[in-house]
Structures are given as C-alpha cells and as structure tokens.
Design a protein around this ligand. Structure first.
Ligand code: ZN
Ligand code: ZN
Length: 153
C-alpha cells in the first residue's frame, strides 16, 4: 500500500480485453449490452454522461437503450473498477487500468471537458493519512482538479 508502481495503461479498443478480464474476474458476465456500453465509454477521453452513452449505444444498435439500463451498467463498472465516476461533473470515464486499484487524480478541462488522469499514490496516500489523523476510517480520496487543457488555454 502506498508504494509507487508502474502498470500498463490502455486506451480505446485496447482497453476492452483488460476490462473484460477484470469484469469476469469479479464474477460478472461480459454481455453484449455491457460490451457496447463499455465501447461507447472507452471511445471518449472526455467527460460523458449516462445519457451520452445511452444515445451512442442507441445509435449503434438501432434500437432505443434506456438511460436507466446504462446507469445500472455504469454502476457495475464503477464497482468493478472498469470505470470511474467524475463526481464534480456527474460523468464517467473509462478506467485505463482496470486490473489495478488507485485513488486516481483527474484533471478536467473546463473548456472542452477533456479528462487527463494521473496516478500519484504518494500524494493521495498523504490525503488518506491526513483524514485518518482526523479520525476518519474507510477514506477514499476523490481528487478532481479543474483548469484549462493545453489546447484550450
Ligand atoms: Zn489511475
Ligand atoms: Zn480543453
């Protein structure tokens, strides 16, 4: 715990296989609908809402997919470490390291909604230590930094 380590980060289509493996390891099935929701999520490196994903999957399947269905699948993905919820934006992003748990740090562009992801276990570990020092247990840092990306600033 708290040690720095290197892991592979995946993106786009290359993320599908590790995500599938992580979901099956959690005892869940990689259904066609879950695969489609994950593909729609992984196609973006910016903030996407459950509604955006419902629209994308609806367009791809040619059949309406209810946002509630997408919400349930996204919840499952968050629980099983395939996706992260960006709390400050009520949005989701694919987790680029589904086999590996970190308290990820997200940089979010106010201009275009792009999300850049950093792992610094030393920094988030310091936050956990500080919270424990204040008497908190089961601490999960939610670290989201807002600013302008290089393209927008
Ligand atoms: Zn991370
Ligand atoms: Zn931007």
């Amino acid at each position: 715990m708290g040690l720095q380590h290197h892991h592979h980060e995946h993106s786009g289509a290359g993320l599908v296989e590790p995500a599938r493996a992580a979901l099956e390891l959690a005892g869940e099935q990689w259904t066609e609908m879950r695969a489609d929701v994950f593909a729609a999520l992984a196609a973006h490196n910016r903030l996407v809402s459950a509604y955006d994903i419902a629209d994308a999957v609806t367009a791809q399947r040619g059949k309406r997919v209810a946002p509630n269905t997408v919400y349930r699948i996204l919840d499952l993905f968050v629980r099983t470490n395939l996706a992260r919820r960006v709390e400050s934006a009520n949005a989701y992003i694919a987790n680029t390291h589904p086999g590996c748990r970190h308290d990820c740090i997200f940089l979010i562009c106010d201009g275009c909604g792009k999300v850049v992801h950093l792992d610094d276990d030393k920094m988030t570990g310091a936050l956990v230590d500080a919270a424990r020092g204040a008497g908190f247990a089961d601490v999960r840092p939610v670290v989201e930094l807002r600013g302008m990306c290089a393209d927008c600033s």
